[in-house]
Design a protein around this ligand. Structure first.
Ligand code: ATP
Ligand code: MG
Length: 648
């Protein structure tokens, strides 16, 4: 792995919210005096009733209970909108960039946002939605998705966003799981020049549901769609009947704000529950510090609101901070591979936050697409979702950031609500491929996977756990607290178990090595998949790779590598040999892949993460038990891989 250190520029550090000394001093206080630290941070919100009990959390196996600010009362939507009206009513809250580059972008001010969210909230009320009711959102990336989330928060309803790329089956399962009273959708979702028939999908889902919710439909394309009398309602028709003011409901800090399912990379998705006060404090603070957000900055997170990244860093974090947040309806490659950079240039984006899968894909298209656009407005670059290979990190740094923009590699999970391991732009020297250091209040520990012993040496490797709670932590699995305890607090008692493997280097930097389930044991050597993959991706002809273990008669486990080549490269036996030699040289003989399979595509979740559990089954020759594949983006990819599986 790379040993290179990238220091924050002194100019940036001087203006940043935290330089190295401030980070250290704040971090120390956050772990030595969490009550004091997080009590002070509560002041970043407006409370209806200020909290006096700050932290009340237990990771004890027989009593897992997490409460922050438990006697406080607030309304999340009022914190994201109303309190900004006096000072920034005319400031843009949301810039909306539509799928079609020739269609006009929208600039929605905080005042507009207030009116739209209030109307939406009143419509929900008209439909009978109140405090504690569940509302499922199945929406394109349009401002109404944010309005719907905030409207739920305003009336005290709990939203559960289901990514618009999911099938009717996946939608039906999630509607039933939370017992939704209303499902909000749109006629169609334009993406990459094509329209997904959302309303029609929702109709199919309703046919499969055990419950019978109502449907609220946003008109996006004006496409011709059937409406069911008495069940389906048009938003624009309902809105014409309601007032554009709505008093926000007073909510307890521990009232649920939303339910969101994890990506399903490792198994059946979990219904993660986040609550109001702690979540918003944490989303707001991480957004401000990690992206070094300052008033007037234009912030763009390219995630979909269907993922937690969209929740925390398109909607809640930025709006709580009175920021201008960009919402993009399209895809990185439409109308061409320069779209991300065209949007950055067009809206003069200052902070840009995306996923390694997008960076690798765009890297594969060549740097011409980036160089066409003026990216001088960019100040901070961020990444999230998977370990970023140093090769992709360097490309991001050089080609996109011209070496002037600090890269924040943020490690976190749906469960954590916000960033846990991350550099701060003005404080932390970065190393390509490392998520570096803990955020305030975060106490990572590395445990030995077998003995569960805490590794006290600085340089260590094992499973990544958290020693104590932070305000953004999930509180439970919806309707299934036992599953919550089982999944996160049982294998390593007394800790929150992340499920990820991790290495801490001699400088105390954290490197995510992949999922614990994915760790390979070759002749007694434990190896993270991320390291071997990064070595492969560093080869100029390789665009992407996924590595898994398979039963090997001699070594215990052998290394099975799926490799996707750069556009135009030939998959030859010579290249296979070349890659074996390459990995040997990059990491060592122990890491040499035993089998390399050419993969035209890799199985990924809808959020773009590689599903190694499926690749492992294929490598193990166990095709019948591929597990939950409902969150797979392109199921056909799997058939090709099964057909062309390599044998010794
Ligand atoms: P499931 O929990 O259903 O298997 P998932 O873990 O992919 O799905 P998410 O909550 O979307 O669901 O993803 C969190 C995971 O993504 C982390 O546990 C980690 O494995 C990976 N991850 C996220 N950010 C990073 C990062 N910066 N570096 C390395 N890995 C990351
Ligand atoms: Mg997970």
């Amino acid at each position: 792995m790379s040993r290179e250190l990238f220091q924050p520029s002194p100019g940036l550090a001087a203006k940043a919210h935290a330089d190295a000394a401030t980070y250290q001093q704040m971090y120390d206080r956050s772990v030595n005096d969490p009550e004091g630290f997080w009590g002070d941070q509560a002041d970043r919100l407006d409370w209806i009733k200020a909290p006096t009990r700050i932290k009340n959390t237990s990771f004890a196996y027989d009593n897992v209970s997490i409460k922050w600010y438990e006697d406080g009362e607030l309304n999340v939507s009022a914190n994201c909108i109303d309190r900004h009206l006096e000072t920034r009513g005319d400031q843009t809250a949301i810039i909306w960039e539509p799928d079609d580059p020739d269609a006009e972008a929208q600039h929605i001010t905080y005042r507009d946002l207030h009116a739209n969210v209030c109307k939406f909230a009143n419509v929900l009320k008209e439909m009978g939605v109140g405090k504690g009711d569940r509302v499922v959102l199945y929406m394109p990336m349009i401002p109404q998705a944010a309005y719907a989330m905030l409207a739920c928060a305003r009336v005290g309803a709990i939203h559960s966003v289901v990514f618009a790329g999911f099938s009717a089956d996946a939608l039906a399962a999630r509607i039933d799981a939370c017992g939704a009273a209303v499902v909000v959708t749109a006629d169609e979702a334009p993406r990459g020049g094509r329209n997904t028939p959302l309303k029609v999908n929702a109709d199919v889902a309703f046919g499969k549901c055990k419950s019978s919710p109502k449907m609220l439909v946003v008109r996006r394309t004006g496409g011709d769609i059937p409406m069911v009398d008495g069940r389906d309602f048009w938003l624009h028709e309902m809105e014409a009947r309601v007032a554009d003011d709505c008093v926000p409901e007073a909510m307890n800090a521990e009232d649920p704000l939303f339910i969101l399912y994890t990506s399903g990379s490792t198994g059946a998705p979990k219904g993660v529950v986040h609550t109001s006060g702690g979540y918003l404090v944490y989303a707001s603070m991480t957004h401000q510090y990690v992206f070094d957000y300052h008033d007037g900055d234009i912030f763009w997170c390219t995630a979909d609101v269907g993922w937690v990244t969209g929740h925390s860093y398109i909607v809640y974090g930025p709006l709580a901070n009175g920021a201008t947040t960009l919402m993009f309806e399209g895809v990185p490659t439409y109308p061409d591979a320069g779209r991300f950079w065209a949007v950055c240039a067009k809206h003069k984006v200052n902070q840009f936050y995306t996923a390694p899968t997008a960076i690798r894909a765009l890297m594969g298209q060549g740097k011409e697409w980036v160089e066409k656009h003026d990216l001088s407005s960019l100040r901070i670059l961020g990444t999230v979702g998977e370990p970023i290979n140093p090769e992709a990190w360097n490309w991001y740094n050089d080609v996109v950031g011209h070496g002037r923009c600090p890269i924040v590699d943020t490690w976190w999970q749906t469960e954590t609500g916000g960033h846990l391991l991350t550099p701060l732009p003005g404080a932390t020297a970065t190393k390509p491929g490392s998520a570096t250091k803990p955020f305030f209040g975060v106490q990572p520990v590395i445990l030995d996977a077998q003995t569960a012993e805490e590794q006290t040496e600085t340089a260590a490797e094992g499973v990544l756990c958290l020693k104590d709670s932070w305000p953004g932590q999930m509180r439970t699995c919806w309707g299934d607290h036992d599953r919550f305890v089982q999944a996160y607090f049982t294998d390593y008692k007394g800790y929150y178990f992340s499920g990820d493997g991790c290495r801490r280097d001699a400088d105390g930097y954290y490197w995510i090595t992949g999922r614990v389930d994915d760790v390979i044991n070759v002749s007694g050597h434990r190896m993270g998949t991320a390291e071997v993959e990064s070595a492969l991706v560093a080869h100029p002809k390789v665009s992407e790779s996924a590595v898994v273990g398979y039963p090997h008669p001699v070594k215990g486990q052998g290394i099975y590598a799926y490799v996707t080549l750069m556009a135009g490269e030939d998959p030859t036996d010579e290249l296979r040999k070349e890659l074996e030699v390459w990995v040997r040289k990059e990491i060592g003989p122990i890491a040499k892949p035993d089998l390399i399979q050419w993969a035209p595509g890799l199985p990924k979740t809808r959020s773009g993460k590689i599903m190694r559990r499926i690749l492992r089954k294929i490598a193990e020759n166990d095709f019948d038990s591929l597990g939950d594949t409902s969150t797979l983006a392109e199921p056909a990819v799997v058939d090709d891989l099964v057909e062309n599986r390599m044998k010794e």
